[in-house]
Design a protein around this ligand. Structure first.
Ligand code: FAD
Length: 356
C-alpha cells in the first residue's frame, strides 16, 4: 500500500513538453480541472537536451503551437534555445498549472480513476494524457561484441558539441537528420566514417519542414476522406538540407558505408574481415516512446507502443497518448503538427467527462 498524500483531479497530463502544453491549451476552455506533471527542472521538454547547435528545420511561423506564434528570428531557422524560450513563455502566457520536477513512475487502475504515482504524491485522475515524448528512451541497435569496445559510445540524445572528438577517429551511426547533422559538425574536427543501413534519402535543397508538413497535411486530409494520394518521395525522417548539411556536402564528407559486422576491443570489423581502429561511436539511431510509466497497466504492445484509436488507448478508456509520432497522429511529434491531435484529444476527453 502507498502511504503518500493523494489529490483528486479531473485530468492529469504527464509531460510538459510541446505536446502536453498543446493539450492544455485546448483543455483550458473546458470546465474540467487539470494539471501538467513534468519531469524536467524547467520548461522546454526535450528541447532542453538537444545539442548546442541544433536548429529547427522550418521557420518560426511554421513552428508554432495554437494560439500564439513563435516570435520570428533573424536567421531563417530558429535555434534550440529560441524554442525553449518560446515554450517557456507559452506556458506562462496561459498560466497552465504545472508541477516540476515530478516523475510519474507508474499509472495504476483505481476506482473510477487512474492513479499516477510519483515518489512524493499520488494523483487520482478521471482522465490521463500521456505526453512523455521519446527523449527519455534512446534506442541503440544490437551489434555483435559491442560490450568489448573500449572506446566512447554516445547516443545523440546526450551529444552537446564536438569538443570531445577533436582529432579523433569517429563512427557516426544512422542515416536520418540527427546522423547527417552530427556528421556535418563532428567531421569538421575529427576523421569520420558515416555508417547507415542503406543510402540515406537527401531531400532537394528547397524542401524544408514547410513542404514536409504540407505533405503530411495532404496525407491526413486524404486519410480522413478515404482517398489514396500520390505524393513525391520524402517523409519527416528524410534528410533536410539544412545549412550545416549543405556545407558538409560542399566539403565532400556526405559519404556513407554499410554497417560493420562486429565491434572489436579497439574498433570495428567489416564484413570482409578487415578492421578499423576508432576512438568513438555516436549513435544517431533514434528513440522509442518513453512509456515506461505505463508498464503497470499491462497495455504496452510488442513494438513498445500502446494500441490506440486516434489518440485514445484501446485497452484503457481513461488514457490518451499525444505527440509520440505518426502512430498517435500524423506529424504529431512536431511543434506545428501536434495541435491537430491535441485539439481532438481535448474534445474527446471533454465529451467523456461530461457523459461519464
Ligand atoms: P518532449 O519534448 O520529450 O516532452 C516530454 C516531456 O515529458 C518532457 O519534459 C519529459 O521530461 C516529460 N516526461 C517524460 N517522462 C515522464 C514521466 N514519467 N513523468 C513526468 N514527466 C515525464 N520538430 C519540429 O517541429 N521541427 C524541427 O525542426 C524538429 N527538429 C528535431 C530535431 C531533432 C534532433 C529531434 C530529436 C527532434 C526534432 N523535432 C522537430 C521533433 C519534436 O519537436 C521533438 O521531439 C519534441 O520535443 C517532442 O515533443 P513532446 O512534447 O512530444 O516530447
Amino acid at each position: 500500500m502507498h502511504s503518500l498524500p493523494e489529490q483528486a483531479i479531473d485530468i492529469a497530463i504527464i509531460g510538459g513538453g510541446q505536446a502536453g502544453l498543446s493539450v492544455a491549451y485546448f483543455l483550458r476552455n473546458t470546465p474540467h480541472t487539470f494539471v501538467i506533471l513534468d519531469a524536467e527542472q524547467s520548461s522546454g521538454g526535450a528541447w532542453l537536451h538537444g545539442w548546442n547547435s541544433l536548429r529547427l528545420f522550418s521557420p518560426a511561423n511554421w513552428s508554432s503551437l495554437s494560439g500564439w506564434q513563435m516570435p520570428p528570428v533573424e536567421d531563417e531557422y530558429p535555434t534550440r534555445t529560441h524554442v525553449v524560450d518560446y515554450l517557456s513563455r507559452y506556458e506562462a502566457r496561459y498560466q497552465f498549472p504545472i508541477e516540476r520536477p515530478v516523475v510519474i513512475n507508474a499509472v495504476e487502475r483505481g476506482e473510477n480513476c487512474l492513479r499516477l504515482v510519483s515518489a512524493e504524491k499520488i494523483w487520482r485522475a478521471k482522465a490521463v494524457v500521456s505526453a512523455t515524448g521519446t527523449w527519455r528512451h534512446p534506442f541503440i541497435p544490437t551489434y555483435a561484441n559491442a560490450h568489448l569496445f573500449s572506446g566512447t559510445q554516445l547516443h545523440s540524445a546526450h551529444y552537446g558539441n564536438a569538443d570531445n572528438f577533436v582529432g579523433k577517429k569517429v563512427i557516426v551511426m544512422g542515416g536520418g537528420n540527427s546522423g547527417a547533422q552530427l556528421l556535418a559538425e563532428v567531421s569538421k574536427v575529427a576523421d569520420c566514417i558515416w555508417v547507415t543501413p542503406h543510402e540515406p534519402v537527401f531531400l532537394p535543397d528547397d524542401v524544408d519542414g514547410r513542404v514536409l508538413f504540407a505533405r503530411a497535411t495532404e496525407r491526413w486530409k486524404a486519410h480522413k476522406e478515404g482517398r489514396v494520394i500520390d505524393q513525391p518521395v520524402g517523409g519527416l525522417g528524410d534528410i533536410v538540407m539544412v545549412p550545416s548539411v549543405v556545407e558538409a556536402r560542399a566539403r565532400g564528407v556526405l559519404k556513407t558505408v554499410r554497417p560493420f559486422a562486429s565491434f572489436t576491443p579497439t574498433g570495428v570489423m567489416w564484413n570482409d574481415g578487415s578492421e578499423t581502429t576508432v576512438d568513438a561511436v555516436i549513435w544517431c539511431t533514434g528513440f522509442r516512446p518513453a512509456v515506461q510509466h505505463l508498464h503497470s497497466l499491462g497495455i504496452i504492445n510488442s513494438e513498445g507502443k500502446i494500441d490506440v484509436n486516434e489518440t485514445r488507448a484501446i485497452q484503457e478508456p481513461r488514457l490518451w497518448l499525444v505527440g509520440y509520432g505518426e502512430w498517435t497522429g500524423l506529424a504529431s511529434a512536431t511543434i506545428v503538427g501536434v495541435s491537430r491531435s491535441a485539439r481532438a484529444t481535448a474534445e474527446e476527453i471533454d465529451e467523456f467527462l461530461k457523459t461519464s
